[in-house]
Design a protein. Structure first.
Length: 275
């Protein structure tokens, strides 16, 4: 069980300034991110799924597998960990509440619940149900007596809503009122107008922004100036690792050469890191 001072540290990070919440996909990457001095970590459902040879879909990576992964990341470092709990691995609020309690038992300092159904025909839960799901997660946390940070996510941009900005503003505002501590719209178009509008709509509650693509106009300093409290990178670090692996493996398969190994990390350095 997570000790409460770890949660207090995590909550404190959300009260002022702006911090980066990088996303390890396994124990080794978590240890290295702590080595670099990051103050907290978040799991990535997609990065973890890829490491298991599965798509980023809660219908493939089951709840108990995810909970075990949370425990491994929590145990890897003393840092607060936010668990990417996808849709809570349930549709109905009662199921979300039950699973949130199990999630808290893994030792996470925070968790996120999204409003994506996983069904292409109806990609977002109806708003009323989505709100009840956030309320159920909030109640489960309150009843546990362990004040983990609840992040509510609107997946409008990710599922291709026709007007993701308006949908996200409406839903994130409702989720804030339903008891979410932090609000998050993955893949929001990172422009001053849209980010500022989301920040203002849910104020004074903090906003998480995803930075997962190269963009010279997106920096920690610029997002901080827009009022963003938390920046995560999702599967980006895992995909960088996959990109290097794929390039090297293809070179061997197609060219019979090994030049890509010149960019590899030092085995000595890694051994020393993990001692």
């Amino acid at each position: 069980m997570v000790v409460k001072y770890v949660i207090e540290r995590f909550r404190e990070l959300h009260t002022s300034g702006c911090f980066v919440l990088p996303n390890p996909w396994d124990v080794g990457s978590a240890v290295y991110l702590r080595h670099l001095g990051f103050k907290a970590l978040a799991t990535t459902s997609s990065g973890f799924a890829f490491s298991r040879g599965m798509p980023d879909d809660f219908r493939y990576v089951r709840r108990d597998t995810v909970l075990k992964h949370f425990r491994e990341i929590v145990d890897a470092t003393p840092l607060p960990v936010n668990g990417d709990f996808q849709n809570g691995h349930a549709d109905e609020p009662e199921g979300v509440a039950e699973n949130v309690k199990l999630c808290i038992e893994t030792g996470v300092a925070g968790l996120s619940i999204e409003d994506s159904t996983g069904d292409e025909r109806k990609p977002l839960y109806d708003l009323d149900l989505a709100i009840e799901r956030v309320k159920a997660a909030r109640l489960a946390i309150d009843e546990s007596g362990i004040p983990v940070v609840l992040t509510a996510r609107c997946e409008a941009w990710l599922v291709g809503e026709s007007d993701p900005f308006e949908t996200s503003i409406k839903r994130l505002t409702a989720y804030a009122e339903a008891g979410a501590d932090c609000l998050y719209a993955p893949n929001v178009t990172i422009t001053p107008t849209e980010v500022s509008a989301i920040v203002q709509a849910v104020s004074p509650k903090p906003v998480n922004v995803l930075a997962s693509r190269p963009d010279p106009n997106v920096t920690v300093a610029k997002l901080a100036d827009l009022g963003v409290r938390r920046i995560s990178v999702g599967s980006a670090l895992a995909r960088v690792a996959w990109g290097a692996f794929i390039r090297a493996a293809r070179e061997i398969a197609n060219e019979g050469t090994f030049e890509a190994f010149g960019d590899s990390a030092s085995g000595t350095d890694l051994n020393n890191l993990f001692r």
